[in-house]
Design a protein around this ligand. Sequence first.
Ligand code: G3P
Ligand code: MG
Length: 418
Amino acid sequence: GKRCKKAIIDHPRVASYAFAFDIDGVILNGPQTIPYAREAVRMLNGNNKYHILVPYIFVTNGGGRPEAARAQDLSKRLGTHISTDQIIQGHTPMKGLAGTYENVLVVGGVSDTCRGIAEGYGFKNVYIPLDIMYWNPSVSPYYQLSEEDKKVCKKNLDFSKIKIDAILVFADSRNWAADQQIILELLMSDGGYMGTVSKTYTGGPGIYFAHSDFIWSTDYKLSRYGMGALQVSIAALYKETTGSDLKVTRFGKPQRGTFRYAEKILSKWREDVLEEYVEVLAEENEEKNAGSVMDDEEELTRKVIRGVHKASENVHQLFDDSESDEEEDDDDDNNSYEGLTFQNLSIHKHQIPRASTVYFVGDTPDSDILFSNAHDESWFSILVKTGVYKEGTVPKYKPKKICDNVLEAVKFAITREA
Ligand code: G3P
Ligand code: MG
């Protein structure tokens, strides 16, 4: 026990707390990387005066690229390896709908990229507005398909015979006029068939939005309208036509479902970080003890590895809405974790404890600060001044702390935790 503890103290420790970052307005401004971001993640990677490794994930409402591509891009920008498992985009939890709907219309993003993402999530028949415009260009009278558009659309389809089961808005629309025309037609259609009208206006498919950010931060000096604004526009047109309120399902921040999803991803990630850390220790032990009889230190380390593996297996279906979030414990005391700590927190019975505090760094009060404040006491909201929020204004939701930028936020938390 004691010797194992010593080995761990000699190495960077794994923090009991963690970070979650918003991306636009915190890490990026449009195509630019915010210069403080690199140093911020470098510090979390153990380059701080306490030699402590702080697990972190990214929770963005943005999307339009596969999670793996997003991870690669962030890795380059931040000069460190960011794993796909560290990234939650607005549409990421929508993969949970793949088993429910057969034919989906996916809206938003560049070209047919979002079709690829949805197929990657397991959706079977994924259509995009361009497919519909190719089928019948009169659907959107003022939009002419370009040669590029024609290359990516699905051809030989008859949308008067294809039943669209759900409309999924994955990313910001690049063509509001055409996309709205098609979305509204389907919402009011008889059963999801183009060219039909439901008598009650209630026969159409449901609509899901990856997030509801009304505005967001780019490299322009003022915020830009986002997917939430498109939602407002569609709802207004729907109400004007039907007299009823549009029902929508929202993903992304500040939704509770996304919060629960983020917590699962974060605990899985913390487990992975710990597992890696334990493996490094085990390798070092093996080197030290080469040829000698397995001593209690090594045996303990092996037990810990087995325990962590077991814990990973126990991470149940993500985004499972049932209340049984608790992992089942058996009474097998063989896996004693005494001595291996998440900075002062002992690990009991195959279960990595929850992060003591999750620092969530965001730029948008309505989305990020509400998200962080509303769902669990252990989350600590930090608002930065590099995005939507501007100094001198009163944020609609009060953060626990305001910092100039992401680096100041990381420094603040590391000092607070020391
Ligand atoms: O479209 C993306 C934007 O609305 C927000 O992204 O990273 O600030 O959540 P983010
Ligand atoms: Mg943001």
